[in-house]
Design a protein around this ligand. Structure first.
Ligand SMILES: Nc1ncnc2c1ncn2[C@@H]1O[C@H](COP(=O)(O)OP(=O)(O)OP(=O)(O)O)[C@@H](O)[C@H]1O
Length: 634
């Protein structure tokens, strides 16, 4: 179960120099456009007020603070009466917990569960407790093991429940999550491994990829809640704790408990695997204390705690400074601030729990904690997921291929669809095409033939000149001349002529609109070709990267190759046929059966077949996408 990790932030990435090479090779193209401002988010700050303890009650200390869900205010009357000189003030925070709040309230209402979800989703997350000695930091983070576990234990339970929940989903991708844990303490500026007590004074090193990390820290892989709790309890029991006037179990070191997640997602469609590396750190800081008050036995210990907290205070002040120019941030001045660098103004998602005592006796310390807490609230981080650069790049290529496919599919559907576009449909309905061409003659025929069955044949047969005379003779013979003449010379014929005129105009409009659509589609082809070329170039570049990357799995390479083959095939298949080869596709299906439609004379008497409209278009092959020349290079 135990393994030694070279790094505090260790994740199984390729060796750093190789990553460096990848980073140079991977094109920094438009895939990487990041809106920095939009991604900035302030550190979340919660305040927890502990109840007065027995000593404070006995002394008759009064409550120095008021609070509601989101703000803390000093009670001016009480506070001023103590003559501390600190002004009345109200502070606003993301949430505030009063003396009666339970451990569960803090866990479930602080937003910690969201932070945990982010950690499992590949973000670095940090939660740290800050405050004077005896204010309840350890109680909040670690809790009281027997009856009141802290957020660390509650988070551990949540983590395994949540992992079970997301791995059970397994829809488009299969997810497997490895969980690891490590514990360390910073005691008098030395870093000690809490899981391997013989491992002391570990070096804090810098890496371009991980930032500051602790070298040779023991990182343990855990499979379930029980194993995780065993590891964390081991770390908790090894911390330096000592008794002083203000706290009988005072933490004499800063402890950091880290739970890491390696999330492997494999695409069920193509088997492509990607990894994300998230983590959550629980930081229980040692509390600041006045030596005079705490009467701690070790002066050096106390001054060392205060010194590192002072550096943390300077870092917080510098990062929250309203000045426009970036001030010097003294991260390197202590090991604590080095290891918290990513959490303060970095790429982590961070939450601070400011712990305060309500006692008027410690009003000054409480005021200081609240001032720091409100400064921390001004610090903004830019959280990012930790993904291996090469996998990130593959994922982006996959996304690009997918969007390209979608675009082509839309394009293809639009060009060859039998459903007319909205514009065309509007024209069709506006011209009342159906009514004009089908319904009008039908209604008219029905009307006449009901009244005068003999006239039906004569009226609705084709009116070709050579039979026209014969019909007139027939009409005279049948005695229906009057009726026929009134129909021929009357309003109905005019109406029919008008309708035909309208139909011809509609056809012309349709021609115009369809030509317009065709032009728009033609204009899209170069853009699509350019996109395909860009993709092909990127793929070529990627191929070079793959070749250079000795540890790159040949399977992944084959997958990329396959993707490109599929893309090539897809492009070959995406020849766009003439969208107007058959205008009937654009018309209601019933029209196809009507003989009346086969021949319609325009006003010049020329016959205009609907299918002729397609003649205005050039060879459909013009609309085919040219296959990418670079394909052979894939
Ligand atoms: N919200 C709370 N409810 C009940 N008891 C609390 C609460 N907060 C703290 N305590 C009690 O107060 C005492 C001091 O708390 P704790 O050890 O957590 O302080 P601390 O800030 O970690 O101090 P130090 O910096 O010295 O380690 C403990 O006995 C703890 O059980």
């Amino acid at each position: 179960m135990f393994s030694n990790s070279p790094n505090f932030n260790h994740h199984p990435h390729p060796p750093e120099n190789e990553v460096g090479d990848h980073q140079q090779e991977i094109p920094n193209n438009d895939f990487d456009d990041i809106d920095i401002e939009a991604k900035k988010e302030p550190i979340k700050v919660c305040i927890r007020i502990r109840p007065l303890n027995a000593k404070e009650k006995k002394r008759g200390d009064e409550l120095v603070v008021d609070f509601d869900d989101f703000s803390i205010g000093f009670n001016p009357k009480i506070y001023k009466s103590k003559g501390s000189g600190v002004r009345e003030k109200a502070f606003t925070f993301d949430c505030c917990f009063g003396p009666n709040s339970t451990q569960d309230d803090v866990f479930s209402e602080s937003g910690l569960t969201t932070l945990l979800k982010y950690a499992i989703d590949g973000y670095s997350s940090t939660i740290f407790a800050y405050g004077q000695t005896g204010s309840g930091k350890t109680y909040t983070i670690i809790g009281n093991e027997e009856d009141s576990p802290g957020i660390l234990q509650r988070a551990s339970m949540f983590i395994f429940d949540y992992i079970a929940h997301i791995t059970a989903k397994q829809e488009e991708a299969q997810i497997s999550i490895k969980t690891r844990a490590s514990c360390l303490e910073i005691y008098q500026e030395t870093v000690n491994d809490l899981l391997n007590t013989s491992s002391k004074n570990l070096p804090v090193r810098w890496s371009n990829r991980d930032g500051f990390f602790v070298e040779n820290l023991c990182v343990v892989e855990v499979d379930n809640l029980q194993e995780l709790m065993t590891v964390l309890n081991e770390g908790i029991s090894n911390r330096k704790v000592a008794s002083h006037e203000l706290n009988k179990d005072s933490s004499r070191s800063h402890s950091i408990f880290t739970i890491q997640f390696e999330v492997t997602t494999s695409d069920v469609n193509d088997g492509f695997e990607s990894k994300k590396y998230g983590s959550i750190r629980f930081v229980d800081l040692a509390g600041s204390e006045k030596l005079k008050v705490s009467k701690s036995k070790s002066v050096y210990e106390t001054s060392s705690i205060n010194k590192s907290l002072l550096t943390l205070g300077k870092v917080i002040s510098a990062l929250s400074s309203p000045k426009k120019e970036t001030p010097y941030v003294p991260f390197r001045d202590s090991k604590l601030t080095k290891l918290l660098m990513d959490s303060l103004g970095g790429e982590a998602k961070t939450m601070m729990i400011g712990c305060i005592t309500p006692s008027s006796h410690y009003a000054e310390e409480t005021h200081r904690t609240l001032t720091y807490a409100s400064r921390v609230k001004k610090i903004k981080n830019i959280p990012v997921t930790k993904i291996d650069p090469k996998e990130k790049y593959i994922m982006k290529l996959k996304e690009e291929i997918k969007s390209l496919r979608d675009e082509l599919a839309v394009y293809k559907t639009k060009s060859v669809s039998s459903t007319p576009s909205t514009k065309v449909r509007t024209i069709v309905s506006r011209s009342d095409y159906r009514a004009a061409v089908i319904e009008f003659p039908r209604v008219e025929r029905r009307r006449v033939s009901t009244k005068h069955p003999e006239a039906d044949q004569v009226l609705f047969e084709p009116k070709l000149p050579f039979i026209e005379k014969k019909r007139k003779d027939d009409r005279a013979a049948t005695g229906f001349t009057k009726i026929i003449e009134s129909n021929e010379s009357g309003r109905d014929e005019e109406e029919e002529h008008e309708k035909r005129k309208e139909i011809n105009q509609s056809i012309q409009s349709l021609k115009g609109l369809l030509e317009e659509e065709r032009q728009i589609n033609l204009e899209k082809i170069p853009q699509l070709k350019a996109k395909i070329r860009l993709l092909a170039e990127d793929n070529k570049r990627w191929k070079r990267i793959v070749r250079r990357n000795m540890d790159f799995d040949s399977e992944e390479y084959d997958k990329i190759k396959l993707e490109n083959k599929i893309l090539k095939k897809f492009l070959e298949e995406s020849g766009i046929p003439n969208p107007l080869q058959d205008l009937k596709n654009y018309l209601p299906p019933s029209l196809e059966e009507d003989h009346e439609l086969d021949s319609l004379s325009d006003k010049d008497g020329k016959e205009s077949r609907i299918s002729d409209i397609s003649d205005v278009y050039s060879d459909p092959s013009e609309m085919n996408l040219v296959s990418c020349k670079d394909e052979e290079d894939y």
